[in-house]
Write a new protein. Structure first.
Length: 158
């Protein structure tokens, strides 16, 4: 009788790739799910939960992402200043029109990774978000993935 063993990837055996995604007109939640899976390495047959085996992800046009339904105005993000009565709230429309529009996608991805773990913090450093159409990582020769063409649901029909 043959014994089967589960392969466990070691950190030295990891081969990381660079991928590029254009986020113009793409639905935030679907894109965040795709990015979180790529950062963790869950798309690989050699996925190991305790090893950083994911890819580097470069996303451009983050300021042009969209929400479905009325989430742009009705969804509310809460944060607390740490002082009594210090609950602040904002909407995705305000964040996207503000100074750092990439925070919408950054927080969506961050909330899909394991909570409060050193591995999740390290995986978040492999995510690079750019509000414009250009990025600083041409030297890494990232593979461009056409996320819009993967499914008709990935793009919001106006």
């Amino acid at each position: 009788m043959l014994k089967s063993t589960t392969a466990s990837l070691k950190p030295a055996e990891v081969d990381k790739k660079w991928i590029h995604i254009d986020a113009e007109g793409v639905v935030v939640g679907r894109l965040a799910t795709f990015i979180a899976n790529r950062l963790r390495g869950k798309h690989l047959p050699t996925y190991t939960p305790h090893v950083d085996c994911g890819d580097y992800v470069v996303v451009t046009n983050v300021d042009k992402v969209v929400f479905t339904g009325k989430k742009t105005t009705d969804k509310v993000y809460y944060r607390h200043t740490g002082h009594p009565g210090g609950v602040k709230e904002t909407t995705p429309a305000k964040v996207l029109a503000g100074r750092f529009p990439e925070r919408v996608l950054e927080k969506a991805v961050e909330r899909m990774l394991p909570k409060e773990s050193p591995l999740a913090r390290k995986q978040m450093t492999h995510l690079r978000l750019f509000a414009g159409a250009t990025h600083d990582h041409e030297a890494q020769k990232p593979e461009t993935i056409d996320f819009k063409a993967k499914s008709t649901k990935n793009v919001r029909s106006v």
